[in-house]
Structure formats: C-alpha cells, structure tokens
Design a protein around this ligand. Structure first.
Ligand code: NAG
Ligand code: NAG
Ligand code: NAG
Ligand code: NAG
Ligand code: NAG
Ligand code: NAG
Ligand code: NAG
Ligand code: NAG
Ligand code: NAG
Ligand code: NAG
Ligand code: NAG
Ligand code: NAG
Length: 760
C-alpha cells in the first residue's frame, strides 16, 4: 500500500517536472513585442525556405516561444535564438533594431549561414546579457566590430570560419576585443586575421582571460615564439593553434596544465624536440603535432593508464623506436605517424590496443614482423605501406568486421595471403604491392556481399590461375595483379561483370590473354580508365571503341601485328593520354589517323614501323619511336612540334637525311637520342636546348665540326658523338669539363682533349 502510494506520488512529480522543464520548458506565452521583433527579423532575412527547418515554421498564430530555434524565460522574453544552418543568405544590417532589440538574449547562434561576405554589423554590444555568441562559418567579412567587447557576460565566443571567409581583428585588435571579456571560457577565432600591434598575443590572452578553458586560433597569422604564458591559464583544457608560424620550440610548461585534454599544433614550423613531459599529463586525450617538418626527438615512455586517444605526429622528424609502453595507452584509437623517422621493430604491445580504430605508420623504416591485430576489433584502417617489414602476414583476421582499409605495400613480407583476410566482407582496400608474397590465392565461393573495391597484389610472386572469385567481386574498381607469376588463359570477357572496373593491370605475368570473338561483355564496361596488358601474349587487339573514359593503355610486349588501326586514336573519346604499343610487330599506322590531342606519352618503340615518321601531337612529353624500320628522313618541321617534349628517341630506326634545323625549337628536351641511324650532314645549332641532359648522336654519318655552342649547354651530363665523320677541334668550353660522360671516339677527323690526338 505504502509502496504504491510512493510510486504514484513519484509519477505525479515526474509528469509535473516534465511539463515545466521538458521539451518546452516554459509555458509562458511569448510577449507580443518579442514576437513582432522575431517576425520582423524573419522578414528581413533572406533564406531558402526549402532548406530551412526552423525559420520557415515561424508563424504568427503560434506562441513564438514554441518556434524552432527560439527559447524564452518564464516571463516570455526571448533568451535563446539558434538559427544556425538555415540557409540564410543575408539580411542583418547595422540598423537592424530587430535582432539587437532582443535585449534579453543570452544565447545567439547564427553559425553556418552565408551572409554573403557582408561586414559584421555593429549592434551586438546592445545584447549585454549574452553569454553565448556563435557566428562561426556565417560568411561575414572584414573587421570585427568593437562593440562585441561590451558583452561582458560572454562565456563562449565563436567567430571561426573556413580559410576563405576572412574576418579581421586589426582595429579594434585582439587586446581591445577581449580585455574586458574576463568571463570567457571558450574563444574560437579560427582563420580570423589577427594583427597584434607589437604586443604578444599569448600574453594578452593569458592576462585577460583567467577562466579560459578552450582556445582555438587556427590559421590566424600569429607569430612566434610560442611562449609559456598560456600555461598560466589553470583551467585551460583545449589548445588548438594549427597553421600559425611560430618557428619555436613547444613550451614544456604546457605540462603544468592540469586539465589539458587537447594540444593541436599542426603545421606551426615548430622546432626542437618533443616535449616529453606533456605526454605524461594524465588528462591528455589528443596530441597533434603533425606537419612540423623539423620537429625531432624520440617518443618518451608513455604513462601507465594514460588517457591518450589520438597520437598524431605525421610528417615530422620524430623517430627512433616506438616504445613498448605505447601498449599501456589503453584508450588509444588513432595513431598517425606517417612519414616520420621511426625504425626498429613494431612493439608487440600494439596487440593490447583494443580501442584502436585508425593506425598509420606508413613511410618509416620499421623492421621486423607484423604484430597480430586480432584483439583490435574496432580497427577500420591499417596503413604500414613503405617500411622494411619482413615475415608473414598474420593468419588470423577473423572478427575484424569493421576493417575497410589495409595497406602493407612496399615491404618485404613473404608467405601466403591468409584466407581469413580475404573473407573480411567489410574490406574495401587491400593493397599488398611490392612484397615477396607467394603461393596460390585461395578460392572463395560466395563474394556477393564483399565490399572490396581496390585489390593490389602487384609485384609479388603469386602463382597459379587468377582465382575465379575475382571476376565476381561486385564493386571491384581497381585490380592490379601485374608482375607476379600468375598462369593460365584469361579471356577479357571474364571481366565483363565487373561494372565498376576503373583500372585493370595484368601485365608481366605468365598469362595468355585473349579476346573473345563476341567482344561484348568487356567492351561494354563503361568506367574503364586504365588498361595495362603488357606481356600478356596477346595476338589480337581488344575492342576498345566503346571505352569512352580510357586514358591509359599499355599493350606493349605482345604479339600484335599488322596496321595500328586508326580507331585506337579515338579510344577515350579523344582523351587518351598514355599509349604504349612498344615491343610488338606493328608494321604501319592505318591512314588516315589523327592523334588525340591530349596524348602525352606515346611509345611505339621496337616495332617494324616503315615509311613516314608520324608527326606527334604537340603536348607529347615522352615520345619513343626507336628500333623501327622507318627508312625515311626526319621531316623538316619536326622540331617545331616537339616544343613540350622532354624525351625523344628515334635511335636504331634506319633514318636517312639530315637532322632538321628545327630541332633547335624543341627547347624542353632533356633527352635526345638519334643514334644508330644513317644521318648525314652537320650537327645543327642547338645552343638553346638549355635543359638538355643527354644527347646521343653516335653511330651515324654526321660530318663537319662540333658547334661551339654545345660546350655551353649547362645541363648536359651525357654526350655521345662517337662513330661519325666529325672533324676539327673539340670545343674547349669550360662546361665540357663538368660533363659526367663524354664520348668522341671513332671520328677520324677530330682532335684535341679529351682525345689523345692533338690538333696540328
Ligand atoms: C546543416 O544542415 C545540413 C542539412 O540538414 C546537414 O547535412 C549539415 O550537416 C548541417 N551542418 C551543420 C554544420 O550542422
Ligand atoms: C544606419 O542608419 C544611419 C542613419 O539612418 C545611416 O547613416 C547608416 O548608413 C545606416 N547604416 C547601415 C549599415 O545601414
Ligand atoms: C557553433 O555552432 C556550430 C553549428 O551549430 C557548432 O558546430 C559549433 O560547435 C558551435 N561552436 C561552439 C563553440 O559551440
Ligand atoms: C591580414 O591583415 C594584414 C593587415 O591588414 C594584411 O597585411 C594581411 O595581408 C592579411 N592577411 C591575410 C591572409 O589576409
Ligand atoms: C579540471 O576538470 C575537472 C572536471 O572537469 C574540474 O572538476 C576541475 O576543477 C578542473 N581543474 C582545473 C584546475 O581546471
Ligand atoms: C622555421 O623555423 C626556422 C627556425 O627554427 C627558421 O629558420 C625558418 O625560417 C622558419 N621557416 C619559416 C617558413 O618561417
Ligand atoms: C591501471 O589500471 C589498472 C586497471 O584499471 C589498475 O589495476 C592499475 O593499478 C592502474 N595503474 C596505474 C599506474 O594507475
Ligand atoms: C598486454 O597486456 C597484458 C595485461 O596488462 C600484459 O600482461 C601483456 O604483457 C601485454 N602484452 C604485450 C604484448 O604487451
Ligand atoms: C557470343 O554471344 C552469344 C550471345 O550473347 C552467345 O550465345 C555465345 O555463346 C557467345 N559466343 C562465344 C564464343 O562466347
Ligand atoms: C558500342 O556502342 C554502340 C553505340 O552506343 C552500340 O551500338 C554497340 O553495341 C556497342 N558495342 C559494344 C561492343 O558494346
Ligand atoms: C612501354 O613498355 C615497355 C615494355 O613493356 C617498357 O619497357 C617501357 O618502359 C614502356 N614505356 C613507357 C613510356 O612507360
Ligand atoms: C658560350 O657562352 C659564353 C659565355 O656565356 C658566351 O660568351 C659565348 O658566346 C657562348 N658561345 C656560343 C657559341 O654561344
């Protein structure tokens, strides 16, 4: 009885409370003047009513205290207004008595709108009761008005923005703005251009804002050094100062901040060593010192039961070994040490990090074998790319059901590909290129629920046939199997079901790739961008006419012969950029042909091409026509189309005639190789090939003297003029002495150093 009584009493109390303090805590009717101010404000504002969720519902007939984003006190005054993210595109100006008439406002949020680069109006100073003001990412620009400093009750001020919307604190400056806002606990001024007139910003903050807990001044143009005055702010918990140029060390005294949870100093040109003591702060959850290219030092021993969750030091010089004690940071969820100077083995204690979600240790010199990740069931991403890891890939991956990304490429891992890894249905990226993995790949029967998008096994020693499940992976976009020992016959149509296929690379295996007479399934793939089928024993060109997105095509080192069909130049709708048909038996180009104008690499070397030398498109930067049977001469204007070309070789191609004078216009050339032909006449004047590094004209029948200009080519480091009919004195320009390799032999008429033969 008694129990029943008590519980119904409680029930009554609960419903009473929720009536008064629940969703609409205050039952008071909104005052009429407040309603008209809000309606006038709504009228003033430009906003997209199809995207607005609050403003659009403001309605004359409803109590305004119940409108979206509005809250009131008991007397019906509007005390809170949150119209953030309402697609507002303008409408607050300095004379807007409407907004600034809401004198009872304690909290105002206009963030994430776009006030169209308008000047931030003055008037906020009238809102003297405001404790929370949030104008972040509202696309205001220009000077921040001085009357903000009149809001003496402010606890939170957020004027942050993306780098494109620049607010400025120049006059008034930071000091004038904050010196009377002594109650501030949160100050966010990301990407505000702060001009400090000779004083030091951190001293002003630490002396004006004794209650500060959160300081976020990313990209404010602040200068260094980063001094220790901030550590006088005893409540300071979050320090975010990314993207300022401090060019100094990190004050170790930050370690005295008893409640420090976040220290983020990305890209601040910090120098010196890691501040060891800061890692010992028991409350520290996030430390991000990434992209400070000269920050050095070993990692300290980590405290037992530390709170650290995010350890981000990528792109610094921090290195040495990763201490075992990292395993005692049980809360760690993100470790990013990409591109640092770490070496030595990966500590086994990594196995104990059960909260780990994101691990990036790529581009270091870690050695030894991989730890097991079996206990870290929350892992989403593991990147150990480009280290010196050896041994086998651990065999147990069961239960890592959130793993999406695994990159172990560019190590020296050996052994087989564990089956349990292949069966993780969540995996989207499996990247294992350039290791020593071997064996056959197990077959899997049902892959219909697999998420795999990128599979890169290239540069290993995998053998046996390409496993059948690969042709059924529903979302496969990149498949790279090149440079392995895969065997067997593959018909391109087998890939026809991979509708998402973007890049396919089967090059350099022991495969025999054929093209089905039907040519339908493969040809209809519509997203293909890259097709590499070098060394695939192909005898027939695939039908690529419908490949409107193909940009890279490598069919080199096959058994393709006859005419190069002119349809190949239409592949990719004219957007083909890379074509390698070298090491085949093509005899000519089917006419008429038009090269795609974006083509920048064209490799036709080692074929049987005869007749006219094809004129390449003007953008081509790598052009290889060598080892063919042209039997013709270089067209007179040829040099004029090579103005963007860096590499041009047509050696060993039975050329006759002279080197055209136009070659002097190919002023981007770094490599020019016309060797092993039957070219006659003089060496033309090529003094303006200023970036030429390698010139090979050997084994021709060139005559006359060596132009003086050649000795002036400052970039030249390889010059071979041997076995021609050149004569006269070798020019003695000083630059010839700095060449790394010179060859003049086999020219009977030449004299002077470096040849032994003296000139008469
Ligand atoms: C703004 O609203 C859109 C659509 O409702 C939402 O997707 C987005 O996350 C919101 N942005 C912020 C910063 O709240
Ligand atoms: C505000 O009103 C005054 C006087 O009416 C006017 O001079 C001033 O230009 C107005 N300012 C803005 C921003 O509209
Ligand atoms: C300001 O408002 C935006 C959007 O509502 C929010 O994401 C951000 O955290 C707010 N800033 C502060 C300091 O509360
Ligand atoms: C910041 O303001 C100063 C002074 O007005 C100006 O010289 C500088 O160019 C501004 N910086 C940026 C990034 O806008
Ligand atoms: C640290 O934070 C705790 C909990 O937020 C708080 O109780 C304590 O007063 C703070 N101490 C300091 C020195 O800020
Ligand atoms: C970075 O800091 C070093 C001194 O530690 C200084 O020599 C260098 O000029 C700074 N770089 C930039 C871009 O400020
Ligand atoms: C760390 O936490 C464990 C378990 O919560 C506890 O037994 C141990 O005493 C703690 N160690 C330290 C140094 O606080
Ligand atoms: C993992 O943690 C347990 C319990 O603290 C400890 O006994 C073990 O040595 C740790 N393992 C490694 C490899 O550090
Ligand atoms: C060619 O396609 C037709 C219809 O799509 C099919 O019936 C036939 O089996 C295919 N021929 C070959 C050799 O694949
Ligand atoms: C290529 O596209 C044309 C026109 O869209 C279509 O008629 C033809 O069947 C396609 N060929 C192949 C092999 O998919
Ligand atoms: C073209 O393919 C051949 C043989 O596969 C290769 O040696 C050559 O480097 C390739 N050319 C280019 C420009 O990549
Ligand atoms: C080579 O360079 C020197 C010094 O720059 C210059 O005087 C001379 O005329 C140049 N020779 C030729 C042939 O261009």
């Amino acid at each position: 009885m008694e129990f029943k009584f008590v519980s119904s009493w409680l029930l009554l109390l609960v419903s009473f409370c929720s009536f008064f303090f629940g969703l609409h805590p205050v039952s008071a009717q909104c005052l009429n003047d407040q309603k008209s101010l809000l309606l006038a404000l709504k009228n003033n504002l430009k906003f997209d009513s199809s995207l607005s969720t609050k403003l659009v519902g403001w309605n004359q007939n409803v109590d305004c205290c119940r409108w979206g984003g509005v809250s009131c006190d008991k007397a019906g005054h509007v005390t809170g207004l949150d119209i953030s993210n309402e697609s507002i595109s303008g409408g607050i100006d300095g004379n807007s008595s409407t907004l600034f008439g809401l004198g009872s406002l304690q909290s105002l949020n206009l963030a994430y709108n776009s006030f169209n680069s308008a000047q931030l109006p003055s008037g906020f100073g009238k809102l003297t009761l405001l404790t929370y003001l949030n104008l972040s990412n509202a696309n205001f620009q220009g000077q921040i008005p001085g009357d903000l400093s009149l809001m003496k009750r402010l606890v939170t001020l957020d004027l942050s923005s993306s780098p494109y919307y620049t607010l400025a604190l120049e006059n008034p400056d930071l000091k004038m703005l904050i010196q009377s806002l002594t109650g501030l606990r949160e100050l966010h001024l990301d990407n505000v251009n702060i001009t400090t007139h000779g004083y030091h910003w951190s001293g002003v903050i630490s002396s004006s804002l004794p209650n500060l807990q959160v300081l976020s001044l990313k990209g404010c143009g602040l200068s260094g050094p980063l001094d220790s005055s901030l550590s006088n702010l005893k409540y300071l918990s979050v320090i975010i100062l990314d993207e300022n140029t401090f060019s100094s060390q990190i004050p170790e005294s930050f370690a005295n901040l008893q409640n420090l949870t976040v220290l983020s100093l990305q890209a601040c040109n910090l120098s010196g060593s890691l501040p060891k003591k800061i890692f010992q702060v028991p409350t520290l959850k996030t430390i991000d010192l990434s992209s400070n290219g000269i920050l050095k030092g070993p990692l300290p021993q980590f405290p037992e039961n530390g709170s650290l969750q995010n350890l981000v030091l990528s792109y610094t010089e921090v290195g040495g070994t990763l201490p075992d004690s990292i395993g005692s940071l049980r809360m760690l969820s993100r470790i990013e040490l990409r591109g640092c100077k770490f070496s030595g083995p990966l500590p086994r204690s990594l196995q104990n990090l059960t909260h780990l979600v994101y691990l990036d240790l790529s581009v270091n010199q870690f050695t030894g074998s991989l730890p097991s990740f079996q206990l870290s069931k929350n892992l989403v991403s593991i990147n150990l790319y480009q280290n010196s890891l050896v041994g086998e890939i651990p065999s147990h991956w069961e239960g890592l059901n959130r793993l999406q990304f695994l990159n172990l490429g560019y190590n020296s891992l050996s052994g087989n590909l564990p089956e349990s890894l292949l069966t993780l249905t969540s995996l989207e990226y499996l990247e294992l290129p350039n290791n020593r993995l071997s064996g056959q790949i197990s077959s899997i029967t049902d892959v219909s629920s697999f998420q795999l998008r990128n599979l890169d096994l290239s540069g290993n020693k995998f053998q046996g046939p390409i496993p059948g499940f690969i042709f059924k992976l529903p979302g496969l976009s990149t498949l790279a199997l090149s440079a392995n020992k895969f065997t067997g016959s593959v018909d391109l149509d087998m890939f026809g079901k991979l509708e998402e296929l973007y890049a396919l690379d089967l090059s350099y295996n022991n495969l025999v790739v054929s093209v089905n007479a039907n040519r339908s399934a493969f040809s209809s793939l519509s997203k293909l961008n890259t097709l590499n089928l070098a060394s695939c024993k192909m005898q027939q060109l695939p039908d690529l006419q419908n490949q409107s997105r193909l940009m890279m095509l490598d069919l080199s080192d096959n058994q393709l012969s006859g005419e190069i069909p002119n349809s190949i130049w239409k592949v990719g709708n004219g957007y083909l950029r890379f074509l390698n048909l070298s090491h085949n038996m093509f005899s000519s180009l089917q006419k008429p042909y038009t090269f795609p104008f974006l083509l920048d690499v064209l490799d036709l070397h080692s074929n049987h091409l005869k007749g006219d030398i094809p004129i390449p498109p003007r953008r081509v930067y790598h052009l290889d026509y060598s080892s063919n049977n042209f039997g013709s001469s270089i067209p007179a204007e040829f040099g004029n189309v090579l103005t963007s070309t860096l590499f041009f070789s047509i050696s060993n191609s039975k050329l006759v005639g002279v080197i055209p004078a136009s070659i002097r216009n190919a002023s981007s050339l770094r490599v020019l190789d016309l060797s092993k032909n039957a070219l006659t006449g003089p060496i033309p004047l090529i003094g303006n090939l200023k970036v030429l590094e390698s010139l090979d004209l050997s084994v021709n029948m060139l005559n006359g003297s060596i132009p003086e200009q050649l000795a002036n080519l400052t970039s030249l480091s390889f010059l071979n003029l041997s076995y021609n009919h050149l004569s006269g004195k070798i020019p003695q320009g000083s630059l010839f002495q700095t060449f790394t390799e010179l060859s003049f032999e086999g020219n009977k008429g030449l004299c002077g150093p470096p040849l032994k033969k003296n000139c008469e």
